[in-house]
Design a protein around this ligand. Sequence first.
Ligand SMILES: C[S@@+](CC[C@H](N)C(=O)[O-])C[C@H]1O[C@@H](n2cnc3c(N)ncnc32)[C@H](O)[C@@H]1O
Length: 259
Amino acid sequence: MKHLIRKLKRAVFDLDPSYHDMFEDAGAQKAGGDYLKVIERALEARFGTSKVTILDAGCQAGRLLIPLARAGHRMIGVDRSAFSLRRAQGHAHEARVSVELHKGDILKVNRWVSRKSVDAAICAEVLYLVKNFPGHLTRLKETVRPGGLVFISHRPKVYYAAKALDEGRPGLAETIASNTEGPSPDGIYHNWQTPQELNELYTDLGLKILELVPIQERTWSLPPGLSLDHKVEEALSSVRAGDGAYRIPDYLLVVARRP
Ligand SMILES: C[S@@+](CC[C@H](N)C(=O)[O-])C[C@H]1O[C@@H](n2cnc3c(N)ncnc32)[C@H](O)[C@@H]1O
């Protein structure tokens, strides 16, 4: 019932006070700035000052889409939420840029974006929520021209392992360390990877990873009195920062090239 009322309010009044507009939220904007720095640097290294065509899959309210359109790129946004796309359209209007938006699922992206037609595809903070993430990645890769780039963010395994340990659930941290998907400490489906697992995934997909960039790193310490399973220890050892502290990123941004 609550869900239905929310849907109705969105459709009739274009209103949802509970909606998290990542274009407007200061914290999300800060992380967006971190993504954009990496994306703009990689675009310039690959395409120089040329303006290119970029797909933003799961664009939500346009946190990355609008600044890149403002920078002069031709932006195509796809999202399965019509409400999000209306927000993105509104933000584009305010920024006086034009963007192309399509409502639908990433798995069906070829309905709007043909194969090998874009110079770059972005998918930030989407795939870790999606069960068939290798299938989604394949669809995205297919839209990119040979020589083009993909920018995809993933949840690092250490993010959920640390979260489980913070909640005093070492057994769950162990399960997370031994797997790459399942219920996270949030109690819902998520997937997560180590840098090595990402390397294997992208190699299998025929993509060459150029960079793996931590987004929004924070310093974290092990809660006292916990003994670690060797798998958790192994995962955490890659982000050890000395003095018993670790550097845990919220996301890992993969920058990869389609050969
Ligand atoms: C957390 S937001 C990411 C926002 C945006 N990428 C950014 O970085 O600002 C996730 C968005 O992905 C969309 N989404 C999730 N799964 C999708 C799918 N399979 N196809 C299309 N959109 C999807 C959701 O509707 C939501 O707007």
